[in-house]
Ligand binder design. Structure first.
Ligand code: DGY
Length: 326
């Protein structure tokens, strides 16, 4: 059988590499950092298949540099790094990793909801500083969660799971939908309400973002959106950074237009907007939504299975351009 040549642009869990090695000679980037663009363009032409990350831009220039490519597998569910239209035009199949990271990402959204509303990180810092003077009635007062209103922006897989996890807290759930279609699970299980974006902004105590990054969602949260939110409300983002205008967020947090923000993603990763790091009402994590053993292993295995299928000319499990197989 033909042996393929595959590039993996950064080390991923071994389970995925081992699957690929059954049918391919696999080069794994030896560096624990994003694959430099120039190097990717210089090397892409050698490979039949590439398994890459959200930090790899997969666009026309990349495809020009990879004439032999039989498929590209993204090690992420989000695929704003891929020009899918261009891939389809060139008949190159591409895939992502939905499903395997749903629970982990929803759980991290909840970790941020708790951390920001109950001031967990700020309190931890005081303990470590040695400056805590003992219990005090006015110390570290935060916001309640039980019985409050949770607004889900983007009620796909992860948004739905995040909403379902609110069951223990008896929350009212609101959600938006870009298609305008109701979410059957949320309606049946939580009597959730599908509402226009502005209504969600005005009524929610917690807003959790789960929408994909598209031209429509870029900077969806800006100064005017923050001005509609309650001053006591919190925003959490485990989706993609550019959905929030980060400079406007810093202003809103400084001015007390909203109570706090829990962020796992940033507009210009790995950088953060100036001023964000100094704000006590922001909890900031380094894009770890899917960082559990089972989730990252599941991503490696799914991305590898997808790439193997594409190399063999078969339809991958989770294709982004399924029409190529019609
Ligand atoms: C994704 O999969 O899109 C996350 O951002 C990384 O796991």
């Amino acid at each position: 059988m033909e042996r393929f040549k595959v590039l993996v642009t950064r080390n991923i869990p071994q389970e995925g590499i081992q699957l690929l090695e059954r049918i391919a000679d696999v080069d794994v980037s030896p560096h624990d950092r994003p694959f430099p663009r120039e190097e990717l363009l210089a090397k892409a032409g050698e490979y039949d298949g590439i398994l890459g990350l959200l930090t790899d831009k997969i666009d026309g220039e990349f495809f020009d540099a990879a004439p032999k490519l039989k498929g590209y597998a993204n090690y992420a569910v989000g695929y704003d790094n891929i020009d899918v239209k261009e891939a389809t035009r060139r008949k190159v199949p591409v895939s992502n990793t939905p499903g395997v990271l749903t629970d982990a990402t929803a759980e991290l959204a909840w970790a941020l909801i708790f951390a920001v509303s109950r001031r967990v990180v700020e309190s931890d810092k005081v303990m470590r500083s040695g400056n805590w003077s003992g219990w005090g009635p006015l110390q570290f007062i935060g916001g309640d969660i039980k019985g409050k209103t949770l607004g889900i922006v983007g009620a796909g897989r992860i948004g739905t799971e995040t909403a379902l996890m609110s069951r223990g807290f008896g929350m009212k759930v609101l959600y938006t939908s870009s298609s305008g279609r109701k979410n059957g699970v949320l309606n049946a299980e939580l009597h959730a309400e599908l509402v226009p974006f502005e209504e969600l902004l005005k009524r929610s105590d917690f807003i959790s973002i789960h929408a994909p990054l598209t031209p429509e969602t870029r900077h969806l949260f800006n100064a005017s959106a923050f001005s509609l939110m309650k001053e006591s409300a919190y925003i959490v983002n485990t989706a993609r950074g550019p959905i929030i205008n980060e400079e406007d967020l810093v202003q809103a947090l400084r001015n007390g237009d909203i109570a706090g923000a829990g962020l796992d993603v940033y507009e210009n990763e790995p950088a953060m907007a100036s001023g964000l790091a100094q704000l006590e009402n922001a909890v900031v994590l380094p894009h770890i939504g899917s960082a559990t053993t089972s989730s990252r292993t599941g991503m490696a295995e799914l991305a590898a299975r997808n790439l193997i299928a594409m190399l063999k000319g078969e339809k991958p499990e989770t294709p982004l351009n399924p029409e190529l197989y019609d």
